[in-house]
Design a protein around this ligand. Structure first.
Ligand SMILES: N[C@@H](Cc1ccccc1)C(=O)O
Length: 492
């Protein structure tokens, strides 16, 4: 048994109060023990842990009248209002003149159900028996207060019917009850001495020697401390920063750019045909604004699309429309940024990356959001080869902690060859993480780029899901405080 010397003065006072009350709600208990409710409950929980008291949680359900319910409680239910006004068979049309049509609509069904009237050939015929019905009795018992089902003297079926009519709402109130256990009673019976305990020693006490006669509160090193959650960087931002760091460490320059891009930079400069399905309304956010087309490139891009320009290519054929190219879109990939950057910086070497948002018309689900981050990068230099591309991506994924990386053949209108990098994750297998390739001549030539360009666009949120063990990527954007607190700062 727990002997009383281990109890704090608050626990002792609460126990003494409980000895008299036996069972009490927090307010009562605090009043009796002469302390604040929080202090009393803190002590009650400690007593509960030691088996001297019990804290129970109970849920009380109460019901309250809605505005409509209040009105009917005063004026009578629609069926009551109607039956009181009828002395003889009356047609529905007449009723609708006497009462607002919604009231008539609601009432007729109930008139029949309650046996107050029958409906015969469009006429409402009173049966002559319209005693106070159970639901009316219940409505009458509220008197403008929240009531329990017991106070309302109603069965669950009746309450359900009235809830369905939206005349009342249900509230659930949680309340606690503290009661003393037999062990607690024994402790009180054995006698409790309440002594002030000192939690902190002061220099005064030391100087005066007072401390010798004082009782000090002992430490309980078993009590789990309250969790303290320090401020920290959002886990998703932390991963983004880590990816950025890796590319900066590898000697890349970070580039930034506009979210709104012309179709020219988002699609045409990347040799994406103007009838490409990705350009359709259902895939892309189209804007009503337009941009000027860059004079130095537009004719060359046009020639490349229409007939392959001056290189050994057939182009896509047909007419390339300036009208389509100047329409603005929310960038559907960050490749729009890298291609523009390359056209501004055609001299080798170029090593650039961006980590930023892209926008596509996706229906939101656990693995899709209309806004998402991409990690885009390009390397342009003399003698760059496809093997350099694979090496670069492998290095990145290794630095992100993925040991096994492989590449599957892919297709993008702007790269040849094209690949889709995949990493191996225990329990999931190979997971695809974006696209990469070497820019086609059809892309580089009109922009005056003379050397091979290695390019990639990687999914960032997918990588974050893998690193953070998430099944739903929406969590990355929702700032769920509980998840944020629990997510560790160091990922192993
Ligand atoms: N832009 C492509 C990725 C990609 C970028 C660069 C080269 C090849 C592919 C996408 O969004 O899916």
């Amino acid at each position: 048994m727990v002997s009383d010397y281990k109890l704090t003065p608050n626990e002792k006072n609460v126990l003494i109060a409980l000895d008299e009350l036996r069972t009490a709600d927090p307010g009562e208990l605090a009043r009796k023990a002469g302390m604040k409710v929080e202090t009393a409950m803190q002590a009650a929980f400690l007593l509960d842990e030691n088996g001297l008291a019990r804290v129970d949680e109970a849920v009380t359900e109460t019901y309250e009248l809605t505005d409509e319910g209040k009105r009917y409680a005063d004026e009578g239910l629609p069926e009551r209002q109607i039956i009181d006004a009828l002395s003889e068979p009356t047609s529905m049309d007449e009723l609708k003149e006497m009462f607002p049509p919604p009231v008539v609509g609601i009432a007729t069904g109930w008139l029949r159900r309650k046996g107050w009237a029958s409906i015969e050939k469009g006429m409402v015929v009173p049966t002559g028996n319209a005693e106070l019905s159970d639901d009316e009795k219940v409505l009458g018992r509220f008197g403008d207060m929240a009531r329990t089902i017991g106070e309302l003297e109603a069965g669950p079926g009746l309450i359900k019917d009235i809830l369905k009519r939206k005349l009342i709402t249900k509230n659930e109130d949680k309340c606690r009850l503290v009661s003393i256990t037999s062990q607690g009673l024994e402790v009180v019976a054995a006698g409790i001495k309440v002594e002030e305990e000192v939690a902190q020693i002061s220099s005064e006490m030391l100087k005066s020697g007072q401390w010798k006669d004082m009782k000090f509160r002992s430490y309980n090193i078993q009590t789990p401390p309250r969790h303290i959650y320090g401020a920290k960087v959002h886990p998703y931002q932390r991963l983004i920063d880590q990816m950025r760091r890796i590319f900066l460490d590898m000697g890349f320059t970070e580039i930034k750019g506009e979210i709104v891009q012309s179709s020219f930079w988002n699609f045409d400069s990347l040799f994406q045909p103007q009838d490409h399905p990705a350009r359709e309304m259902q895939d892309t956010f189209h804007l009503s604004s337009r941009s000027e087309l860059p004079l130095e490139y537009k004719d060359k891009v046009c020639a490349m699309h229409e007939h392959g320009g001056d290189i050994d290519s057939t182009g896509w054929g047909g007419n390339w429309s300036e009208e389509i190219a100047c329409k603005d879109v929310l960038r559907t990939h960050t490749t729009a940024l890298t291609i523009k950057y390359l056209s501004d910086n055609p001299e080798p070497p170029v090593k650039a990356f961006s980590i930023d948002r892209a926008y596509r018309r996706e229906t939101i689900d656990p693995t899709h959001t209309p806004e998402f981050e991409q990690l885009e990068g390009v390397v342009m230099d003399k003698d760059m080869s496809f093997a350099n591309l694979l090496g670069c991506l492998k290095e990145f994924y290794h630095r992100m902690g993925f040991e096994d990386v492989r590449f599957r053949p892919g297709y993008f209108p702007y790269t040849e060859p094209s690949v889709e990098p995949e990493v191996y994750v225990d329990g999931l297998g190979w997971v695809e993480l974006g696209g990469a390739g070497v820019f086609r001549k059809e892309v580089t030539e009109p922009l005056g780029i003379k050397y091979p360009v290695l390019a990639w666009g990687l999914g960032v949120s997918r990588l974050a899901m893998l690193k953070l063990g998430l099944k739903d990527l929406r969590l990355l954007y929702q700032s769920d405080i509980d998840w944020l607190r629990k997510s560790p700062v160091c990922q192993l």
